[in-house]
Each structure stands twice: as structure tokens, then as C-alpha cells.
Design a protein around this ligand. Sequence first.
Ligand SMILES: NC(=O)C1=CN([C@@H]2O[C@H](COP(=O)(O)OP(=O)(O)OC[C@H]3O[C@@H](n4cnc5c(N)ncnc54)[C@H](OP(=O)(O)O)[C@@H]3O)[C@@H](O)[C@H]2O)C=CC1
Ligand SMILES: O=C(CO)COP(=O)(O)O
Length: 357
Amino acid sequence: MTESDNHPSAIEQLTILGAGAWGTALAAISRRAGQRVTLWGRDAEILADIKHVQKNPRFLPDIELPAGIETTTDPWQACKSTQAVLVVIPSRSLRQVCQTFAPHLPTGIPIVLCCKGIEQGSGLLMSEVAQQELPNHPIGALSGPTFATEAARGYPTAATIALPFSEQDRRYPANSDASRLARALSNDGFRPYVSDDLVGVEIGGAVKNVIAIACGIMTGAGFAENTRAVLITRGLEEMKRLAQALGGRRETLSGLSGMGDLTLTCSSQTSRNMSLGFQLGQGRSRVDCFDGRDVVVEGEVNAVSVTDLARQLGVEMPICETVNAVLHGDAPLKESFVKLWNRPLKSESQSLPISLE
Ligand SMILES: NC(=O)C1=CN([C@@H]2O[C@H](COP(=O)(O)OP(=O)(O)OC[C@H]3O[C@@H](n4cnc5c(N)ncnc54)[C@H](OP(=O)(O)O)[C@@H]3O)[C@@H](O)[C@H]2O)C=CC1
Ligand SMILES: O=C(CO)COP(=O)(O)O
């Protein structure tokens, strides 16, 4: 078989599930890339604004969206002639959303998960949850340093699209689902890279939010740049260890979905995770954070699932452990971070495993 015999058709029609900040931004990105886009959500009023006045006043106020985004609250309508689906809802809702959409998805189309997390209780990656519920679809992830507000405005942004490669994909990588999706989303402001390391890409997205909460706590408590650099660097090492234990590649965590997203999220209060940590570090109680609004903070719920998974696998993740103890174990904030700093001294590199005690 030659490459031209095997050339699959280009993706021209996308469905996006979730009309929050990132789902709406991805609809804008896809439109700018020339796609026919249907955005599915639950709130008919928001969807009407997106379609008719090119605004999402609740999740992306003041941002002008491109015209031509079709919207619907009906799962069948959303999927009827789609060639690929991006799932952009909070991680805790993924299983339920997959179950709702399973009967409506055209057979075999790729499903790309854009939520960042690990399922509570089961410890499954988002892709494993989706694979259980949608066994007849290739499952991938899109992840990277992508604040929705910036990407929706068209500011230059890049991310990684990961799907496992089949034997055929290895022979013709440009024809893989990951490559077809990258071409479908690419435009002047959005540059997708392709990967076959789904585990590495997903772990980066899930763990960086927990580390960002740690950065926020330390910054809110009055510490500065040195402390943040340590948390980013050692946090990256925690991400690499967990990815490796699950069969991912350490090098993936040096890319956009690892180091890239970790740096972004740990450096700005535009991040809801960093911002939650900051407010807690300043001494606010959890109920007063975000002025009492119910904001999606993935690192908060995922501190539990990341820590549980690490313990199960025997992977040392002291920063994530500390965040989890503070958020969910009633551990005193200041003392917990002092304890983190006073752990036994050791070598920096995994390949020189010495303790100095
Ligand atoms: N915002 C960002 O910059 C980025 C976010 N992400 C990730 O994307 C995911 C979504 O985040 P984001 O868009 O920011 O969140 P938002 O809070 O902005 O929006 C969440 C959306 O999900 C919908 N939703 C929640 N639960 C369900 C459910 N059970 N069924 C159907 N729809 C549901 C909400 O609908 P309703 O209003 O009806 O509740 C809302 O439209 C998260 O995992 C986040 O980490 C990734 C990269 C960037
Ligand atoms: O994942 C994000 C950027 O890549 C968004 O981060 P927050 O969820 O912390 O706002």
C-alpha cells in the first residue's frame, strides 16, 4: 500500500462538548481554522449569545468570537455529521458525558479529551474512563499552556494533541488521527504539535494544577520567585515520575503539556488553581475564595486522585502530598510547607539515589 492509497479525508466538521471558557475558546479556534463547528452545551441562553451575538457573556465576557459557530443542546443534533469530537467539561463529569453521547457518536470517529484530571476513586486517566465508555473510538487528549481568554482572542498559543499510534500510523504518521486533528485546528494563532504519548500528556495536565495550587499558597503567604522556581522544578520531577510509573515518557513532560503548562499555570493568577492557592496562602477560608463563586479548580479535586494514585504506585510526590494534606486533611498550611522544606536531604537526580541523612 502506498501513502496516497492510504490518505484519509481531511477533518472539516468538528463537535465540541461543553460551552464553558475552554470549550468556547476551542470553538473559536476551530472556526478560525476553517472548520464547520457545532458547540454543545446545557445553557440555551449562552448558546444563543454565542451563535447570534458572537459572545459568551458568562465564561468569556468581552471577547469577540468568530461568526458561524453552530450551537445546540441536543446530543443527537450535535453529533449527526461530525468527524471528530472535543470534550471540554470538568474532569469529574467526563464519564457521565461519555455515557450521554455514546449512542449518538458516528462509529469510529476520534474523541479528544480537553479536560485535565484523574478520576476520583478509580484512579483512571481521562482517556481510560472514555475508553471504557466509548470502546469503539480512538481516544486522545489535547493539552498545553492555553489560558482560554488568550486563545479565544487569537493570541499565539500552542498545545499538544496526543493519540496512541497504530502500526499504520507509524508508517504514515501524517495520516494519523493526531496529525489530521492538528491540521484541522491549526490557524495563525493556534499551533498544535502531535504526540503518541497519551499517558505523558495527560499526566502533565492533571498534576500541574496541583503544583500550581502549591505555588499560589507560597506566593500568597508572602514568598517570592526563588520559592516558585523550586516548586516548578521539583513539581516537574513529580510529574515525570508519575508518568514514567504509568508507562509514559519522561521527555514528554519537558514539552508543552508538561513544562509549558506548568510554567504558565504557576506564574499567573489568571490560573484558577494558582489563584485558589494564593487566596488560601493569604489566609482566606475556602468558602470565601473567588467571592463565594463556584469556580472549576481541577487541582483541588485532583490533589486527592493524584496522591492516591502515586501512593498506589509507590511514587514519591511530596509537593502533591502537601497540597492534598492542606486542602483535604486539615493539615495546618504553614507547618505543612515548613515540613516540605525540611524533608531529609538527598541528591537531585534520580540516577544518583543518595540520602544525606
Ligand atoms: N479555562 C481554561 O483556560 C482551560 C481549561 N482547561 C480544562 O478544560 C476543562 C473545562 O474547563 P473550563 O471550560 O475552563 O470550565 P468552565 O467552568 O469555564 O466551564 C465548564 C463547562 O462544563 C459544563 N459542564 C459541567 N458539568 C457538566 C456536565 N455534567 N454535563 C455537561 N456539561 C457540564 C458547564 O456547563 P454549565 O454551565 O451548564 O454547568 C460549563 O459549560 C477543565 O478540565 C479545565 O482544566 C484546559 C485548558 C485551558
Ligand atoms: O489549564 C489551564 C491553562 O493551560 C487553565 O488553568 P486553570 O484551570 O488553573 O485556570
